[in-house]
Design a protein around this ligand. Structure first.
Ligand code: PLP
Length: 495
């Protein structure tokens, strides 16, 4: 059976999976969603013994039904290879009483690699299937991690160009260095004078600009997105929740059918939405715990049913979660509105015009799979420090937000189910915040000295991604105002 996709703002028009991946965003500004969430057609018993790649095939074949087995397996095997520093791709580590699913073993040491290492392959395969002859221009706004992961994924991929916008001053020094040293003739990196939401809105506006689309088409270009709104990012993220459950079962940490909770450090709501889809595919997941930092729009939303972005934007030590508009939430809103595209479009219009919307009581009742929590900067630091002192394990700031929320949830709710924490970045990536959380004496130290120190105190090897930026030259220094992103794109493409 062929699974089709429609926009969250118009349920009438259907497209195939490969068309949805190519377009990224629907013409009406909505996000592509599958008509229904397919069920796994293999048992957990069977999944238990499967490799990451085999699991990926079992999950992705259900969603990307217009890809052949050969195409899909080729994409999977090209993505999940020696770019990852471990054969298991996403290791599970028991830390105290929780299980950390480490999603940071790819090329850029953050969880974005899990999807962005495969997206270029899905996209170029989709282009071939749909007889696209234009050059594909990937436009991406990043709060730090997506940008580098997308650059690494698309660098020198024939038939593509990639332009990444990041907020100047809104990413860590390591993140910035990772991006501005990116190699590849088809890569461009631009620092905007504004925050992540400005960057994201700018990119969305460019996508929705029909005149620009025409102009570019004449010049032989077509846009696509590597942001987590692309269904080609979301689907590969479902895989690791299925895989993690199967491995917990294989390691006899849980019994067959036992429900586990999952805590996800959340920004754009892509990662946790993937966990929600995994649950709907049949993985025994209890609560999906959405962990926010001090930018706690989502926490307030789950508590009150009101999504309100009208508030101060706070720069925290978990910058990849410093987000006030969580794009992927639109897919959940559409679902809890009973797949009512009109209703969803209305709410999204309110978000655009007033910066806020309120869902109905009926919709709120459908949110019972979720629990919201947030961690302050102090709580995040304490979690890193305490965990290190008790177990020797060092986690990054984003993961610490989740670990802190997970512990608070367990205590406050009395819910004793075992908990999986999505560990989204290597501590090496946010070295300064991580090391000062462990000991204030590191506050004035140089980031690169701290890297050696972290290796020493944690007994872990320095990741290749970090070694690389120590010696690479800076190749990108372009900056622009938040309002000038469209002109910058035209300039880069020479149109
Ligand atoms: C992107 C990112 C997040 C947030 O994930 P979403 O899918 O946007 O909710 C959390 N942690 C890290 C390290 C990230 O890079």
């Amino acid at each position: 059976m062929n699974l089709l996709y429609n926009s969250t703002r118009n349920a009438e028009k259907k497209v195939t999976a490969s068309e949805a991946i190519l377009k990224g965003l629907a013409d009406d500004g909505g996000l592509f969603v599958p008509e229904y969430i397919p069920k796994l057609d293999v048992t957990m018993e069977e999944l238990k013994s499967m490799s990451y790649q085999e699991t990926a095939y079992e999950v992705m074949k259900q969603f990307l039904t217009d890809f052949t087995e050969e195409e899909l397996k080729h994409c999977i095997n090209s993505a999940y290879d020696s770019k990852f520093d471990t054969e298991v791709i996403a290791p599970l580590v028991k830390v105290g009483d929780t299980y950390h699913l480490e999603l940071f073993h790819g090329a850029t040491i953050a969880f974005k690699d899990m999807a962005l290492s495969i997206l270029p392959h899905l996209l170029t395969t989709a282009a071939k299937k749909n007889h696209v002859t234009k050059e594909i221009v990937i436009l991406t706004a990043t709060s730090g991690d997506t940008g580098k992961a997308a650059l690494a994924g698309f660098a020198d991929v024939p038939g593509t160009k990639i332009i990444v916008f990041y907020p100047k001053g809104g990413v860590s020094r390591i993140q910035e260095l990772q991006m501005v040293t990116q190699k590849g003739d088809n890569t461009s990196v631009v620092a905007i004078h504004g925050n992540f939401d400005n960057a994201q809105s700018g990119v969305k506006e460019i996508f929705e600009d029909r005149d620009l689309e025409k102009e570019l088409a004449e010049a032989g270009y077509q846009f696509s997105s590597a942001n987590s709104i692309n269904i080609g990012r979301l689907v590969p993220q479902i895989v690791y929740y299925v895989y993690a459950y199967a491995k917990l079962l294989e390691n006899e940490e849980i019994t067959s059918g036992e429900e586990i909770n999952v805590t996800v450090p959340t920004g754009n709501f892509g990662n946790i939405l993937a966990a929600y889809y995994a649950k709907q595919m049949g993985v025994p997941i209890g609560k999906l715990i959405c962990a926010s930092n001090e930018n706690k729009v989502l926490f307030d939303f789950f508590r009150t049913g009101v999504y309100d972005r009208n508030r101060e934007f706070i720069l925290t030590s978990s910058p990849s979660m410093d987000i006030l508009i969580s794009s992927n939430l639109e897919r959940l809103i559409y679902t809890i509105a009973g797949q009512d595209a009109e209703k969803n479009a209305e709410l999204m219009a309110q978000l655009r015009e007033k910066g806020a919307y309120e869902i109905t009581t009926e919709m709120r009742e459908k949110l019972e799979d979720f629990a919201g929590g947030f961690a302050t900067e102090t709580e995040c630091k304490e979690t890193i420090c305490r965990t290190y002192e008790h177990t020797g394990y060092v986690m990054d700031t984003h993961t610490a937000v989740a670990a802190s929320v997970c512990a608070k949830y367990r205590k406050d709710s009395g819910d004793g189910r075992k908990c999986l924490v999505a560990s989204t970045a290597s501590p090496y990536k946010f070295i300064h915040s991580v090391m000062t959380a462990i000991d204030e004496k590191y506050a004035s130290a140089d980031e690169f000295d701290l890297i050696d120190e972290l290796s020493r105190i944690s007994g872990t090897e320095i990741p290749k991604a970090i070694e690389e930026i120590r010696s690479s030259e800076i190749r990108h220094s372009r900056e622009c105002e938040a309002g000038a992103m469209k002109d910058t794109v035209k300039e880069i493409l020479g149109v």
